[in-house]
Design a protein around this ligand. Structure first.
Ligand code: LUZ
Ligand code: MOS
Length: 762
């Protein structure tokens, strides 16, 4: 079925935060962020700002009625800086005025006297100075220390991946509207309504039952609104609480880019050992995660890096250590893949390094080491592996041998253009790595007119989760989708929700919806069974509005409902789902954390212009483990979007902070994202047949995050093309592979010099 938001989207009628009709008297906020990444605040002068026309009040930490704290996993993040600033953009004050322009004009009048302190932006430097968010963690399998002796080949190296701006089309924002009796309704552009409710509750010192966080939909989240919508909601709610007036703040794009955290940059060291047959025997890896100035979700992201550090491969001896390093950048946060992609890049780099040194294609090492069902992951879970199946199907369906041959022929025939290819297998664990978060609830009401209302904790952010939940209910009740409405997500209807994240939202909330619908159906069946034994006329109502004559059978949906209602049968249900069978013991770093894994394999093809360093991504050809997709159109959209987003991260998006911790890539003029010319010319998708899992909703596997990681193949395909031009090129494992880096590698002085371009192609 179509995405249920399609009609309002194409007519511009979908309501986002900034489209909510304003209540008379609404005030507008703007934050003043620290201009100094790390510093001692000597004074903050807001007097001039307070005198500006239209300004109602300027708030600082002194106005906080609860605790000056919005940290989630670890309480280490003040809402407002007090005596010290920890990153550029850290809120120091919040101006509230009668118009957006007045608020912003007043922000410019705020004077902060801040003595700069030493700034750390590099995670390795932070680690060396003991600046860690949490103690380091190590996942172990086998015994690497003794395994190196069995290795015929050992390679070591370093790999770096940069951050990534979320660039959701809708920026962050909130609108807090006071109700009677100190209740505040907060419209928030958040993936985690409960996270917002908790953060506001703490900052304001109000119980959660006075905070109704409501979300209709987001214009994208990508992880950026899993934890970082809290700040804006807390600022607006604080002001609304003091002023008893509605307060709104929708961030400008440049504020959003400068003040919010991004994907974590990682710097990593690897050591990989193979035997003479190219079996990977041992792998040691150390990850330095750039967490930014506060924990945010970094410990959970770090954990997922460890979970995915061997990607789709079985390696008998693994030691993986990860440091979450505190720096003076905005706290980095969830981003599609959640640390997994960063871990996968490093193992792919290790394999590529080994392959080049041994003179074999990387795919020979990759394929040979894919894990099989029954192999153990370093964290103890046993694989139900589709890795070899996806790989083989991709190889056959897309004729990898022919692709390889045609690239070879092209490269022989051309001097100034070179093509390259890479295989990218993906294995992604589905479940929040924190077991307790794998729960969801659904509230289903069936009305006596036959219409159905559904509330869950799921947040629609363009991923189509509401459509999928509606499909679940339509199937459960066997009624047309038009009879069903998915309501906005609200903390007053559904409590204690996990954020819409981890690719698990449709699974968790869909299962809860199914359970609620089933419970109602059981009661309706009972009513129907009893009615069939009596005179059907006996259960009609006097009211002719309500009386429904059935056809030959005498029964339809509405009549059944009415019969149930007359018999005082409950037509509502609140169901709770918790993923069964998952557990993880962090003291041993072993367990069964994931409900299931999603697999896939991609072939990525590129062409490099060896004079300019520019390139095109020619094709991404994928075999993906969808299970029994319940909505192929939505899932295809998720795939294509994820692939392009992954390619952007790997090839062009360059987050740059200077040594003082100021963001230099703070607008779309300086931060390049994929446009229509950058997307692959061809994206081919093929589902793996008949691979399903019971813990996926209707055996339709999670599709949100895994496709992003196919984008990693673009980096390695570019490397392949560069090596075709200059076989001894010096290509640091450093992402993104921008055209500048391609050019430097093409003409790197390392090893044999680049062949001179004497002839021009015809
Ligand atoms: N968020 C989270 C996530 O809190 N825990 C996770 O395991 C996760 N995984 C992927 C994306 N977001
Ligand atoms: Mo996420 S990275 O909020 O699933």
């Amino acid at each position: 079925m179509n995405n249920i938001d399609a009609r309002t989207h194409v007519r511009g009628a979908s309501v986002y935060l900034d489209d909510i009709p304003l209540i008379n008297g609404t005030l507008f906020g703007a934050a003043f962020g620290s201009p100094v990444a790390h510093g001692r605040v000597n004074s903050l002068d807001v007097a001039a700002a307070a005198q500006m026309p239209g300004v109602v009040r300027v708030f600082t930490y002194k106005d906080i009625t609860g605790e000056n704290q919005i940290g989630g996993i670890i309480p280490d993040e003040p809402l407002f800086a007090e005596q010290e600033t920890h990153f550029c953009g850290m809120p120091l004050a919040f101006v509230v005025a009668t118009s957006v322009d007045a608020a912003r004009a007043a922000v410019k009048k705020i004077q902060a006297d801040i003595t700069p302190l030493p700034v750390i932006t590099d995670p390795r430097e932070a680690q060396a100075k003991g600046e860690l968010i949490i103690p380091p963690r190590t996942f172990r399998l086998g015994d690497t220390a003794n395994a190196w002796q069995q290795c015929a080949h050992i390679f070591e190296g370093r790999a770096d991946t940069n951050g990534q701006e979320h660039l959701y089309i809708e920026t962050q924002g909130a609108y807090a509207v006071p109700q009677e009796n100190e209740v505040i309704r907060i419209y928030s552009s958040t993936q985690g309504p409960t996270a917002v409710q908790r953060a506001v509750s703490k900052a304001l010192g109000l119980p959660m039952h006075q905070l109704d966080v409501e979300v209709t939909r987001l214009g994208g989240g990508f992880g950026g609104k899993e934890d970082q919508a809290n700040t804006w909601a807390a600022l607006c709610a604080l002001a609304a609480h003091h002023l008893k007036k509605p307060v709104k703040y929708a961030l400008h794009r440049m504020e959003d880019i400068a003040m919010t955290g991004k994907r974590h940059p990682y710097s990593s060291d690897f050591k990989i050992g193979l035997d003479a047959d190219l079996k990977i025997i041992a792998y040691e890896v150390t990850f330095y995660q750039n967490a930014g100035a506060a924990a945010d979700l970094s410990p959970a992201v770090l954990e997922r890096t460890l979970f995915h550090c061997t990607n789709s491969y079985f390696i008998p001896h693994v030691t993986a250590t990860a440091y979450s390093c505190r720096t003076h950048l905005p706290p980095n946060t969830a981003f599609r893949g959640f640390g997994g992609p960063q871990g996968m890049f490093v193992i792919e780099a290790a394999i590529a390094k080994a392959a080049t040194a041994l003179g074999v294609p990387a795919s020979a090492i990759q394929q040979q080491n894919l894990h099989h069902t029954g192999d153990t992951f370093p964290y103890g879970q046993l694989a139900q592996s589709e890795a070899p199946a996806c790989w083989q199907k991709a190889e056959e369906l897309y004729d990898a041998a022919a692709i390889r041959q045609s690239i070879h022929d092209f490269n022989v025939a051309n001097t100034l253009y070179k093509k390259g290819m890479a295989f990218m297998p993906v294995c992604f664990g589905i479940s929040f790595t924190k077991t307790l978060m794998n729960q969801a609830r659904a509230l289903v009401h069936v009305y006596t007119d036959g219409s159905v209302s559904i509330s869950t904790g799921a947040v629609e952010m363009g991923q189509g989760v509401n459509t999928k939940i509606l499909q679940v209910a339509a199937r459960a009740f066997s009624i047309p989708p038009e009879r069903i409405r998915i309501q906005p997500t609200s903390t007053f209807r559904i409590a204690n929700t996990s954020p819409s994240a981890a690719s698990a939202t449709a699974d968790l909330n869909g299962k809860a919806t199914w359970m609620a619908c089933q419970a109602i159906m059981e009661r309706l069946k009972q009513v129907a069974a009893e009615a069939l034994q009596t005179d059907t006329a006996a259960i009609t109502l006097q009211d002719e509005q309500v009386f429904v004559h059935g056809k030959a059978s005498g029964w339809d949906w509405k009549k059944l409902l009415m019969a149930a209602y007359v018999k005082r049968v409950n037509l509502s249900e609140h169901a709770h789902y918790a993923t069964p069978g998952i557990h993880f013991d962090t003291s041993r770093e072993k367990g069964h954390p994931f409900a299931y894994h999603v697999y896939g394999a991609a072939i990525v093809e590129v062409t490099v212009d060896c004079l300019r360093g520019t390139y095109t991504i020619d094709a991404v050809k994928v075999v993906h483990d969808y299970g029994a997709s319940m909505n192929p159109a939505i899932d295809q959209g998720q795939m294509e979007g994820g692939i392009v987003q992954g390619i952007g991260w790997m090839t062009m998006e360059e987050v740059i902070y200077d040594a003082e911790g100021r963001l230099r890539s703070n607008a779309l003029s300086t931060y390049k994202v994929p446009d229509i010319y950058a997307v692959p010319k061809t994206i081919q998708l093929q589902a793996l047949d008949t691979r399903q899992d019971n813990l996926a909703i209707f055996r339709s596997k999670a599709v949100g995050e895994p496709p992003l990681m196919y984008g990693i193949g673009a980096w390695f395909a570019l490397r392949d093309a560069i090596l075709a031009f200059h076989p001894a090129a010096d290509i640091p494992f450093s992402a993104p592979m921008t055209p500048e880096k391609v050019l430097m590698a093409l003409y790197s002085k390392n090893g044999t010099p680049a062949p001179h371009a004497k002839t021009v192609d015809h």
